[in-house]
Design a binder for this molecule. Structure first.
Ligand code: ADP
Ligand code: MG
Length: 737
């Protein structure tokens, strides 16, 4: 069944406290019978058992049935443990928060048994065999030690494994329970290989078929055991049977003291002082030299009974174990994940909802962190989508003409048909045409003055609405006023009774189409349009350059982007003179935008590096906090993970529960803060958002969200992976610590 060849294992290899815990052990174990690993404490029994049962790694070769394993393959052992090995531990290792039935069902699910009838059949048979028929629904944590160990046996047997591995299964039990549990184990060993560790010689010699004795990591003897001894003397050295001792009792209302002695004594002088939770005990040296304080964890147990020894007959009286005949192996399907996604989500939500107040405060902190992360990502987006014009005082097209020798020369160049001279203030008259549905177009003989939309005040609009889109204009109503108004007469001739009928009609200004959307009452004949439309409309030659040449004192009054270039004439008289021939070649111009840009970027570098650091610090602090929360959550569950791993639950299944938990925690904390932040900034007026220092481009925000999810998974799973890279035995020992 199990064959081990030259197994070798060290603890703390290469350090001063190196232990050669298994020293070149080879052993061949049969396919049934009770094989006991026996030896003093520290001799390496547990370690050898763990290695043989695939819970721990060691050097050498182990052959399990037909599978030969060199070194330690986690996945291969998971499979073998899952299917072929049942485990019984000294400390039972049940999942205490779920029922007995569920504890057993879990191992059945693991090997792919989901059929309810098959599960019930197995659970009921086994619980009856271990004497817990009526405890199916009881939570495992509520049982006594002896009862828990019976459940553990039932759990180990449920999948009908080939091998049962038991490490001091009676180590925490009193002698009555010890015998009962050992009897069950003995019965099982008639069909299966049971590998049992004990340091109690009595148990070994009474029950074992074979005793392998270990000392200092080596086998010192390996013998068949005929167990003919007849009676079991299970008087544990450490147990004290009170009814076999001389008892003295001192009882009053406030005090109940019993003193038991194993030897007859003359007068005992004993003072007990209780102060600040400490017991002071004063007894004469003649009677006692040592004090042993008893707690739950003590080896010594007080048993309020007489010592009984047990008869070998009991073993034979036990019902034989017929599990093989009641189960249906065909119900075993492909192995199932023990923890389904649904179950994992339920667990995670419960966990978050039922978390401690301290933890809830931390989640609040994470919500705040999500909010800060949003700001950080807003900064990062701003820096990545660098809109340099945003903080620049100059327009891209702003060109400063520094030295002009001859203003006339410049004028002649500017008056070239491809350029347009624009003064600081438009005062350009346009030809006005009636809407096109009139048969004949009517051109106004006189030109209209133009004005920019910026001059229009709230109360100026008397009909229609203000300009909202490009290509819309307003007319001043004054041009229709007066009884003999020429324009009105023309309109009437075409059947237009009131000028407001012209609203929303196309009109033409210099042959360019506009829509008339309203009338103003500013008191002079004017058409009012957007600046950009104005410059478009007066450019005689669309597609050629539009230049603006301005005195620099008027520079601010022009909206720059409508020009291809802006020449600003410096009024500084000191900047004089030079012969300029051709504007493109010889005007001495400077490009303040470009010059400022370098400066600006250097200056902003400081601000940006601050923002980067700010963002990075927030990210790092949150990730560290998250790491510790998730690590704490892991620590709380080490017991559960140790059980799962020992039973052969795949690492990926365990990882999955943590992934879900991390996802849920992230969503209810970080993402809530993150999304709230987006709502907050886009709906409330904040300087940060309104000044465009943070921006939320949708793609970046989605990436930010994914980043949060991704990083939290990564950070949260680091401790999980760390734990899961350990062997089950290592996980169990970290639980002990
Ligand atoms: P036994 O079960 O016979 O009492 P163990 O196999 O538990 O013995 O331990 C054998 C020796 O190895 C002991 O000296 C013990 O202290 C040491 N040991 C066990 N586990 C570890 C561990 N995880 N790290 C270091 N030393 C260990
Ligand atoms: Mg041990």
């Amino acid at each position: 069944m199990i064959k081990a060849n030259k197994i070798d294992k060290f603890f703390n290899r290469g350090k001063r406290n190196e232990i050669h815990v298994i020293n070149q052990i080879s052993v061949d174990l049969p396919d049934h019978g009770l094989v006991v690993l026996f030896g003093p404490s520290g001799s390496g029994k547990t370690t050898l058992l763990n290695v043989l049962g695939g819970l721990d790694r060691a050097k050498g070769e182990i052959q399990f049935n037909d599978v030969s394993l060199h070194g330690y393959s986690m996945a291969q052992w998971d499979k073998i443990r899952n299917r072929h090995i049942g485990y019984i531990f000294q400390n039972y290792m049940l999942l205490e928060n779920i029922s007995i039935h569920e504890n057993i069902q879990l191992t059945l699910n693991m090997i792919g048994i989901t059929d309810k009838d098959e599960i019930n059949k197995r659970v009921e048979y086994l619980l009856e065999k271990v004497g817990l028929k009526n405890y199916k629904k009881r939570k495992a944590g509520l049982l006594s030690g002896g009862q828990q160990q019976r459940v553990a046996i039932a759990r180990a047997l449920a999948k009908n494994p080939d091998v049962i591995i038991a490490d001091e299964p009676t180590g925490n039990l009193d002698s009555k329970n010890t015998v009962e549990i050992m009897n069950i184990i003995k019965t099982i060993s008639k069909e299966k290989l049971v590998l049992l560790v004990t340091h109690e010689r009595e148990l070994a010699t009474f029950y074992a078929d074979r005793i392998i004795e270990l000392k200092d990591g080596q086998i010192v003897s390996d013998t068949k055991n005929s167990n003919e001894s007849g009676s079991l003397d299970l008087k544990h050295d450490t147990d004290i049977y009170l009814k076999d001792m001389t008892a003295m009792n001192l009882s009053s209302e406030a005090l109940d003291v019993s003193l038991y002695t194993d030897k007859p004594v003359d007068q005992i002088k004993l003072k007990l002082v209780l102060k600040n939770g400490t017991l002071y005990l004063d007894i004469d040296q003649k009677h006692a030299q040592k004090v042993n304080l008893l707690t739950d964890k003590s080896e010594v147990k007080l048993i309020d009974d007489h010592y009984k020894d047990f008869d070998k007959g009991m073993v034979d009286n036990l019902d034989s174990f017929q599990f093989g005949s009641i189960i249906d192996e065909s119900k075993v399907e492909k192995s199932q994940p023990v923890i389904t996604w649904k179950h994992a989500f339920r667990l995670a939500f419960n966990k978050v909802i039922n978390s401690t107040t301290k933890r809830k405060f931390l989640f609040l902190g994470f919500i705040l962190a999500g909010f800060l992360l949003l700001i950080a990502f807003g900064f990062v987006s701003r820096m990545l989508i660098l809109d340099e014009t945003l903080f620049m005082p100059y327009d891209k097209n702003y060109v400063l003409v520094n030295n002009i020798a001859n203003r006339n020369e410049l004028d002649s160049i500017i008056n070239d048909e491809h350029t347009l001279y624009v003064s600081y203030r438009p005062n350009y008259n346009v030809e006005f045409e009636l809407p096109i549905y009139y048969q004949e177009s009517y051109s106004l003989t006189s030109y209209l003055q133009t004005d920019f939309l910026s001059v229009v005040q709230n109360g100026d609009i008397i009909h229609g609405r203000s300009i909202e889109n490009d290509g819309e204009v307003l007319l001043d109503y004054k041009m229709f006023e007066g009884e003999y108004n020429e324009l009105n007469q023309v309109l009437r001739a075409y059947g237009v009774s009131t000028p407001t009928e012209l609203l929303n009609q196309k009109i033409y200004l210099n042959q360019k189409e506009f829509v008339l959307v309203g009338f103003v009452d500013r008191g002079y004949n004017a058409v009012i349009m957007q600046e950009i439309d104005f410059y478009r409309s007066i450019n005689p030659n669309p597609g050629t350059k539009t230049l603006a040449v301005l005195q620099d004192e008027f520079f601010d009054t022009v909206t720059y982007p409508v020009f291809d270039d802006i020449y600003v004439l410096s009024s500084n008289p000191a900047q004089s003179v030079k012969n300029i021939g051709n504007i493109s070649a010889n005007i001495d111009v400077s490009h303040p935008y470009l010059e400022y840009r370098d400066n600006y970027i250097t200056n902003m570098a400081l601000v940006y590096s601050f923002l980067w650091v700010f963002s990075l610090v927030i990210v790092i602090i949150t990730l560290i906090a998250l790491f510790f929360v998730l690590r704490a959550s892991l620590a709380e569950r080490i017991n559960e993970i140790a059980v799962f791993r020992a039973l052969g639950v795949r690492r990926i299944d365990i990882t999955k529960t943590f992934m879900v938990e991390i996802f849920v925690i992230t969503t209810v904390s970080f993402i809530v803060g993150y999304i709230f932040g987006m709502y907050y900034f886009t709906n409330m007026n904040t300087a940060l958002y309104d000044s465009n220092l943070i921006i939320f481009p949708p793609l970046f925000m989605v990436l930010g969200g994914l980043f949060i999810y991704g990083m939290s998974q990564l950070i949260g799973l680091i401790p999980v992976w760390g734990l899961l890279s350990k062997t089950p035995a290592q996980i169990m020992s970290s639980y002990d610590l």
